[in-house]
Design a binder for this molecule. Structure first.
Ligand code: AMP
Length: 628
């Protein structure tokens, strides 16, 4: 089922949205039928379903799987050259490398030519949705900073690359709406330049030259946009000098990139160079985005999920511009869009489009102990009285359909794709239902499953860590420090092992962290520990099987170096998200080499069984009140 959308036609596109959301169930039933019929002869489905191509048999006989289950099939196609018919009725055109890993390697997801058109449909639909909410976007340009990543070939000759690289290199991208009218400041050649430094420099140069026309700026994820700002901090003088002289630095050696830039950068512009010089040379970079691109109406970057922690930094640089998270997607499948793009980051919900795939939802709930320990947690950027999930208990392992999900309930997303060969596949994302648009549910992204730190029997999820760090950073924010990045690892090189957090801090106005007060930082360590769960605190205080938590403050740029490392290992710049827990020895080594100061927790966190129960019941009351 391939639906098309004319991005020029706001009214027609909105009617389409009405139809898709009103008839969500009908579309989902059609999608499942089509997937089963089309793929009935694949080795995978035939072995499970035979002739029983109906929903009941599908749910009874096709197991819910994760990547490790489908990996052998993917490897047979990728490495042994076996036919795509193992899993898909259509030829696998390439493999998409995801930011998730399996055995230290990026996961590889099959895709087909038809899938590309489905993604294009979603991108096209975003255009009228945005135009409906923000007037006059057709009166200027978009500065989208987009990057590709190099690709590899599998032994059977398939190309393996990140999903966005695949899309940017496709005809669908080159022919994207309005591209022929030069409404994007980055020429395609600068996006398609495989040297990410040259690509970044050229895209920023083109964006600065066309600053008066820019109506929106963005990147895919918040982290990529902030990386561009950091790059600008390092290169603005050289960019200014290029603008002043009308020349392009010699180190831009990619010929097509060079030619494309020179077609825009035709002559010296003294006035512009002076203006950028004075803005970038100012003591503080607060509001720099608005100052450099004064007509910008919003920043188009995903700030939900693990990206939420960048919101304060983005707000610092943006000068109060709205942050717009437009879509929710993955290498496996593109899922849905945000129908209220101007909503606050904390209110962002995504409506899954019922023609993108067949969706099922596995209800998940916190176990009792975790319910009792409800604490406020930063889920979508704002601190909400919500319990982010720590460890999910499947409620009977039974899935519900798209239109059957319940308001306020948490679910794990299960997807069955048209042609990518994924049947009842656990994406690994936990979503919460926040409302309905017609009959289509809208979801808040909560977190990815199973990202844990563990020394003993403690299990700390990404959500737990985010919660604890959010609490601790409140101690330093009033002093003018911004926590711009963090990650962690379980240091077990000594006994007992302990949690190590790497923090990159920024002092408003400059990057001087020499004034950091030891006692405040020790309090931060303590606050993190106090905010971690009961098991952790018991192991730390009573059992002493976990040592005092340590915060290592790293110098400015350390997390860029970390990203460079992961990119060199196969991650894509666009899709890169700072891992909140790192295991790679090399990555830890990189951060350790950039540590400027280190602080340990000097007192045990609170732990007492009797008082704990009392404290928990107080929290439970607060939790219930918060929800009512
Ligand atoms: P990848 O396959 O590497 O592109 O990563 C896909 C994953 O990124 C998804 O499964 C989510 O965990 C995360 N992701 C994608 N879009 C969003 C979004 N809008 N908000 C939060 N997380 C997202």
């Amino acid at each position: 089922m391939l639906i098309s959308c004319n991005p020029d036609d706001i009214e027609g596109s909105m009617k389409l949205v009405e139809d898709l959301t009103t008839n969500a169930n009908k579309y989902q039933q059609q999608v499942l039928e089509e997937i089963m019929t089309q793929n009935a002869e694949t080795e995978y489905l035939r072995g499970l379903l035979g002739e029983e191509l109906n929903e009941e048999s599908f749910k009874k006989k096709v197991p819910i799987v994760d990547y490790e289950d489908v990996k052998p099939y993917i490897e047979r196609i990728a490495n042994d050259g076996e036919s795509f018919k193992l899993i898909s009725a259509q030829p696998i055109s390439e493999l998409l490398t995801s930011s998730g890993t399996s055995g230290g390697q990026p996961k590889r997801m099959p895709t087909t030519a038809e899938d590309l058109d489905r993604k294009t449909f979603l991108y096209n639909l975003l255009v009228p949705v945005m135009n409906k909410h923000v007037e006059g976007l057709d009166q200027g340009k978009s500065m989208y900073l987009l990057f590709i990543k190099s690709e590899t070939r599998t032994p059977s000759g398939l190309t393996a690359r990140p999903v966005l690289t695949s899309y940017y290199k496709s005809r669908n991208f080159i022919n994207r709406p309005f591209n022929r009218f030069n409404v994007y400041t980055s020429p395609d050649e600068t996006i398609l330049c495989s040297d990410s430094k040259q690509s970044m420099y050229c895209q920023l140069l083109c964006g600065l030259i066309q600053r008066d026309e820019v109506l929106r700026v963005g990147a895919v994820f918040a982290s990529a946009f902030l990386r561009a700002i950091n790059f600008l901090e390092d290169y603005w003088q050289e960019l200014c000098s290029n603008i002043r002289t009308g020349k392009l630095s010699d180190w831009i050696t990619d010929t097509s990139c060079r030619n494309a830039v020179m077609s825009i950068h035709r002559q010296p512009n003294l006035e512009l160079a002076n203006l950028i010089d004075s803005e970038c040379g100012a003591k503080s970079w607060e509001g720099i985005v608005k100052r450099l691109w004064p007509r910008t109406k919003f920043i188009d970057v995903i700030v939900t999920g693990s990206m939420a922690q960048y919101i304060p930094t983005l707000e610092f640089y943006s000068g109060g511009l709205p942050l717009v998270s437009t879509m929710y997607a993955s290498s496996e499948c593109y899922f849905g869009i945000n129908l209220n793009p101007l909503s606050k980051p904390s209110d962002v919900s995504y409506t899954l489009l019922p023609t993108m795939a067949y969706f099922e939802f596995l209800p998940v709930e916190k176990n009792h102990e975790e319910m009792v320990q409800g604490a406020s947690v930063q889920c979508n950027g704002d601190t909400a009285d919500l319990n982010c999930l720590k460890e999910e208990e499947e409620l009977g392992g039974k899935t519900v359909n798209l239109v059957e999900v319940k308001l306020g309930q948490y679910y794990e997303l299960i997807v069955t794709t048209f042609t990518a060969g994924l049947y009842r596949y656990r994406v690994g994302d936990i979503l919460m239902v926040t409302g309905f648009y017609n009959n289509a549910p809208q979801f808040r992204f909560i977190q990815r499953r199973n990202v844990v730190l563990s020394i003993d029997t403690d299990k700390t999820s990404e959500g737990d860590l985010l919660n604890a760090v959010t609490e601790a950073k409140l101690l330093i924010e009033p002093l003018g420090y911004l926590l711009t990045e963090y990650t962690s690892y379980a240091d077990t090189s000594a006994i007992p092992g302990h949690y190590v957090l790497f923090w990159e801090l920024k002092f408003r106005g400059n990057t001087d962290i020499s004034m950091l007060d030891s006692s405040i930082m020790e309090n931060c360590c303590h606050k993190v520990e106090e905010s971690l769960d009961f098991v952790y605190r018991r192991l730390r205080s009573r059992d002493k099987s976990v040592g005092p938590l340590e915060i290592r403050v790293v110098k400015h740029g350390a997390f860029d170096a970390l990203m460079d490392f992961f990119v060199s290992q196969g991650s894509s710049v666009n899709q890169y998200k700072t891992p909140r827990c790192i295991k790679s020895e090399k990555a830890i080594e990189i951060l350790n080499s950039m540590v400027v100061r280190s602080f340990f927790c000097t007192k045990d966190p609170f732990w007492n069984l009797r008082l704990e129960a009392k404290r928990s019941s107080i929290r439970l009351v607060a939790f219930v009140v918060g929800f009512s």
